[in-house]
Design a protein around this ligand. Structure first.
Ligand code: SAM
Length: 219
């Protein structure tokens, strides 16, 4: 028995993943030419425009990646987690379930779309996990630049792809050897990949499951 596979979280996740699949492509971005979409995904300044268009879309990690997040957070006994990119809170729910099953902890997550913050808060409340969560509303470049825990056991990067290196920089001095980093859709951020794939920078790193980069702090 664990929090992830029992009520109330398990049926809530089934519903949220079903809704996310049904609304896979938001009409607001379906019109965007592929090159423009790719440009905005890589842009360090156009991300507000892109995610504004996507404010009604869950954009959740895959079900496999979500389960992986729960397993990683459980196996490293995580007590402190930072998440860049909350959206409707699907990944947050998995990480919070792991914290609950680890005996408690703190998860700081960041989202700049107010309607998404409200939806995530509602989902986390429905799951009975809101007591473990601090949702920081606003641009993570600002909200994650202050008042972080002394140590961070796991960092999930799933906001604007072009900012992964900047967000890592904000959290890096809290990552002790063994801390885990999970970056979704990491192929969009070559500067981040270059950084975590170089052992000289203090990381071991492997691509995983097609769209995830899994890294570990080694020094
Ligand atoms: C891919 S979605 C996150 C999905 C979520 N992790 C999940 O699996 O359920 C990315 C989210 O990050 C938010 N976001 C992007 N850049 C951000 C930034 N600089 N600060 C705060 N939120 C940001 C977007 O509004 C969007 O909701």
């Amino acid at each position: 028995m664990n929090t992830l596979t029992t009520t109330p979280l398990a049926p809530l996740l089934d519903r949220l993943f079903e809704e996310a699949a049904a609304a896979e492509m938001d009409p607001a971005v379906a019109d965007l030419p592929d090159e423009e979409r790719a440009r905005l995904m890589r842009s360090k300044t156009g991300y507000r425009e892109l995610y504004g268009r996507l404010k009604n879309a869950a954009l959740a990690v895959s079900r496999e990646t979500a389960t992986l997040l729960y397993m990683l957070a459980r196996s490293c006994g995580a007590r402190t987690i930072i998440e860049f990119g909350t959206s409707f809170g699907i990944s947050t729910l998995h990480l919070a379930a792991a914290l609950r099953d680890n005996g408690g902890g703190r998860l700081i997550t960041s989202e700049f779309e107010p309607s998404k913050v409200a939806r995530a808060r509602h989902n986390l409340t429905t799951a009975g996990l809101i007591d473990l969560i601090e949702i920081r509303e606003g641009d993570a470049l600002q909200t994650l630049s202050v008042d972080l825990p002394d140590t961070v056991d796991l960092l999930l990067l799933d906001g604007a792809k072009a900012l992964y290196s900047e967000i890592l920089h904000l959290v890096e001095n809290r990552l002790k050897p063994g801390a885990l980093l999970v970056a979704d859709d990491a192929a969009y951020c070559p500067d981040y990949l270059e950084r975590v794939r170089s052992p000289a920078n203090g990381y071991m790193s492997v691509p995983f499951g097609g769209d995830v980069e899994l890294s570990m702090r080694i020094s």
